[in-house]
Design a protein around this ligand. Structure first.
Ligand code: SF4
Ligand code: SF4
Length: 89
């Protein structure tokens, strides 16, 4: 199993990872389902990357937890992050 490394300082806020993640889970593009959430602070513009791993059953009805891209040859969020804000260890 890989370990996902997150470097928010490199993130451009493009949100490609959210789309890629929802595609992994459900084969649709819906960032609301993604295990990642890109949050931009309104005033400062600072970006933070939130990774959801442990969710309650109620939370899972809204968003899906990271399963380390089970069944994929590589994590899709890493594959489509051109800024290298997401990497694997
Ligand atoms: S794909 Fe990479 S650069 Fe784009 S929002 Fe996700 S972490 Fe940030
Ligand atoms: S590793 Fe896969 S399931 Fe986990 S956040 Fe990245 S795309 Fe989503």
């Amino acid at each position: 199993m890989f370990h996902l490394r997150i470097n928010s300082d490199k993130c451009t806020g493009c949100r490609a990872c959210e789309f890629a993640c929802s595609y992994h889970h459900r084969k649709i593009f819906n960032p609301k389902l993604a295990s990642l959430h890109i949050r931009r602070a309104e005033r400062e513009g600072e970006i933070s990357i939130i990774l959801y791993k442990d969710l309650t059953e109620a939370e899972k009805r809204q968003r899906l937890p990271c399963d380390h891209c089970a069944g994929e040859p590589e994590p899709l969020c890493v594959k489509y992050c051109v800024a290298a804000a997401l990497t694997v260890a």
